[in-house]
Write a protein that binds this ligand. Structure first.
Ligand SMILES: NC(=O)C1=CN([C@@H]2O[C@H](COP(=O)(O)OP(=O)(O)OC[C@H]3O[C@@H](n4cnc5c(N)ncnc54)[C@H](OP(=O)(O)O)[C@@H]3O)[C@@H](O)[C@H]2O)C=CC1
Ligand SMILES: CC(C)=CCC[C@@H](C)[C@H]1CC[C@H]2C3=C(CC[C@]12C)[C@@]1(C)CCC(=O)C[C@@H]1CC3
Length: 351
């Protein structure tokens, strides 16, 4: 007679495990001896021992198949923040997250760790050493932020010690590192089109950029500390590098590391923001005729020209979090991981 083994606490599923953060998380979990199942709309790699389930997280039946015998779930799937598709954000981040919660509860999952974002409190104005008790943004700066807020509320409100279903949300900020499809590639593309000459504002604004391995470390610590008697239940935690840096110094270090010039000329913040808003309206008006994707969206200008850095004191206190990779080492490793984006290599490929 076949005997069914009891699900192990080292068995977990990563929803969004094919993405940038998700894949780093999967790799670390495997290193730590976890048995990992990935659920994602696409499969972008293979790792021996990791099981892949390709499907849409809005499909409960597909999720239920992937969550069999799983006690711990990481949910780090989301449409890309750069997409301007409100219906898609709503469907995946809000309706889809509701489906994830229901599927977890039906499958007997005990712990759910959500990747939220520190931007849930960002309204486009300065945040200095922001704590988790800041109110959610009343006027979210884009559809991404609007739906990340709803997503986080859904997950935290689902936490129930009575039902044995515990939840926690990790709020990283400005994740970067090897294989990131956003920050470095967009930066290099902007520089190659000659648009990275200008500093928006006076250049003194401090920002958190968080190395992906620190974000992964925060997620795993949260999962391992999430117990019925722990303070983590139903709470949100900032996870950063704990080394706020001037936005334009960070950008310059990455650009110079890859052989591009650092931005030098200053432009007034409100002028650039105003132009970005005008361009955004224009793209909306022209959308039926042409699809334009402006580089400087109001969101990016706000992120580039304001202070936005967060305290991770709560994560230090409740889960003993400390960044495992310093900002200096993280930038070096990131720059080294993009040899194909170096100016000399791209120039050579063109000629
Ligand atoms: N990058 C950053 O700076 C920050 C990110 N975050 C959060 O971290 C998480 C991970 O981000 P990141 O790794 O950068 O993003 P990625 O886009 O690299 O990863 C997300 C993954 O989820 C997949 N996915 C999207 N929609 C669905 C769906 N309906 N069903 C199943 N899978 C789906 C994506 O597939 P596909 O690529 O095909 O869409 C992708 O593989 C997100 O929740 C994001 O909001 C928070 C703070 C900062
Ligand atoms: C001004 C300019 C063109 C800069 C290029 C870099 C930007 C693409 C990044 C700088 C800050 C980044 C960031 C995010 C995406 C990439 C940047 C805009 C997020 C919006 C990703 C999703 C989040 O949850 C918050 C991030 C904040 C920082």
């Amino acid at each position: 007679m076949a005997t069914r083994l009891r699900p192990s606490s080292k068995r977990c599923a990563v929803i969004g495990g094919s993405g940038f953060l998700g894949r780093h998380l999967v790799e670390r979990l495997v290193d730590k001896g976890y048995t990992v199942t990935v659920f994602d709309i696409r499969q972008s790699y293979t790792i021996p021992g990791v099981t892949f389930h390709q499907g849409d997280l809005c499909d409960k039946q597909a999720l239920l198949k992937a969550l069999q015998d799983v006690l711990l779930v990481f949910h780090c799937a989301s449409p890309a923040p750069g997409s301007d598709d409100r219906a898609l954000f709503h469907r995946v981040n809000i309706d889809g997250t509701r489906t994830v919660i229901e599927a977890c509860q039906e499958a007997g999952v005990q712990r759910l760790v959500l990747t939220s974002s520190a931007s849930v409190v960002f309204e486009g104005t300065d945040i200095k050493n922001g704590k988790e008790d800041l109110p959610y943004a009343k006027k979210p700066i884009d559809y991404y932020t609007e739906t990340k807020i709803q997503q986080e509320k859904l997950v935290l409100n689902a936490c129930s010690k009575e039902r044995g279903f515990l939840t926690v949300a990790i709020r990283p900020h400005g994740i970067f590192g090897p294989r990131d499809p956003q920050l470095v590639p967009i930066l290099v593309d902007t520089a190659r089109r000659g648009k990275m000459k200008f500093i928006i504002g006076d250049g003194s604004n401090l920002v958190d950029f968080t190395f992906v391995e620190n974000v992964v470390h925060g997620h795993i610590l949260a999962a391992e500390c999430l117990k019925a008697e722990s303070p983590l239940c139903g709470q949100a935690y900032h996870i950063t590098n704990d080394e706020p840096v001037r936005f334009w110094d960070f950008m310059s270090q990455v650009l110079v590391g890859l052989g591009y010039d650092a931005p030098r000329y200053h432009l007034p913040y409100w002028l650039v923001y105003g132009i970005a808003v005008l361009l955004w309206f224009l793209t909306l008006l022209l959308r039926p005729l042409v699809a334009i994707k402006p580089t400087f969206t109001p969101m990016r200008v706000a992120l580039a020209g304001t202070h936005h850095y967060y305290s991770c004191a709560r994560a230090k206190r409740d889960m003993g979090y400390q960044p495992v990779v310093s900002l200096k080492e993280a930038i070096t490793r990131t720059v080294e991981s993009y040899p194909h984006l170096r100016r000399d290599v791209l120039k050579g490929a063109k000629s």
